[in-house]
Write a protein that binds this ligand. Structure first.
Ligand code: CTP
Ligand code: MG
Length: 230
């Protein structure tokens, strides 16, 4: 990798956690005593490959975190949708980056090796994401009954960090904003707009904390093999 390559990490953390429920958005709940989003930010800051981390957060929380960390982290106001939050992060980061990774604030167990492999693939192909094969068969449902069953062997579940050359990410976010398109991840959006989005093997430990039982499991895992960290 060129010494001068600049890598931006955007960690969208402006969701309201509807499926999780509760008063505090899930990304601010503790894992091993520290807010999930803080754990995720710190893991990226520990990585020398990362030039800068930008964290879009809910408006109401912006004041609380504004003054916190050092030069490499910046908190900005997020948007009403995940894509708008990512776009706000990109706009606030400036232009001086080569590659951008987008990582959910609620996936504390991402692997640095997978992150680096995804960055490498994005450098080569323009866009890349970690995906894992599905354990369950997936059915498409209509009127509460099976309408069709896609071939499981061609399906993967998308994880993050999803990585892009900055021109690719800028292109897809601009087009999505213009068309008022929505998407639950940037990788799918990039594919929709004609970019090649390279698959990199993900791993099942990199699950997303979506519902309360996911955080219970995360605490157990953390106690077992993350507890030695600060
Ligand atoms: N996110 C965001 N801005 C939004 C919506 C989501 O930054 N307007 C972020 C979330 O904070 C989270 C990531 O996108 O870090 C993944 O989204 P998800 O797990 O769906 O979180 P929420 O949207 O908060 O949860 P839910 O869909 O259950 O409401
Ligand atoms: Mg959501």
């Amino acid at each position: 990798m060129a010494d001068t390559e600049r890598v931006l990490v955007i960690i969208p953390a402006a969701g309201s956690g509807t499926r999780f429920g509760g008063d505090v958005p899930k990304q601010f709940l503790p894992l091993g005593g520290k807010p999930l989003v803080q754990r995720v930010v710190e893991r990226f800051l520990f990585d020398a490959v990362v030039t800068r981390v930008v964290v879009p957060v809910l408006d109401m929380l912006l004041n609380a975190v504004k003054e916190s960390p050092g030069e490499r982290v910046k908190f900005v106001a997020g948007g009403a949708t995940r894509l708008q939050s990512v776009a706000a992060g990109l706009a606030a980061a400036g232009d001086e980056f080569d590659l951008v990774a987008v990582h959910d604030a609620v996936r504390p167990f991402f692997s640095p090796d997978t992150f680096h492999a995804t960055l490498d693939a994005a450098r080569t192909h323009g866009a890349a994401f970690p995906g894992i094969p599905l354990p369950d068969t997936i059915h498409e449902i209509r009127d509460e009954a099976i309408a069709s069953t896609p071939d499981r062997s061609v399906l993967v579940a998308a994880q993050t960090p999803q990585c892009f050359r900055i021109d690719v990410l800028r292109d897809i976010l601009t087009r999505a904003a213009r068309e008022d398109a929505n998407a639950t991840d940037e990788a799918g959006l990039a594919a929709k707009y004609g970019h090649r989005v390279q698959l990199v093997p993900g791993d099942s430990m990199n699950f997303k904390i979506t519902r309360p039982e996911d955080l219970v499991m995360a605490e157990r895992i953390y106690a077992e093999w993350g507890g030695g960290e600060e």
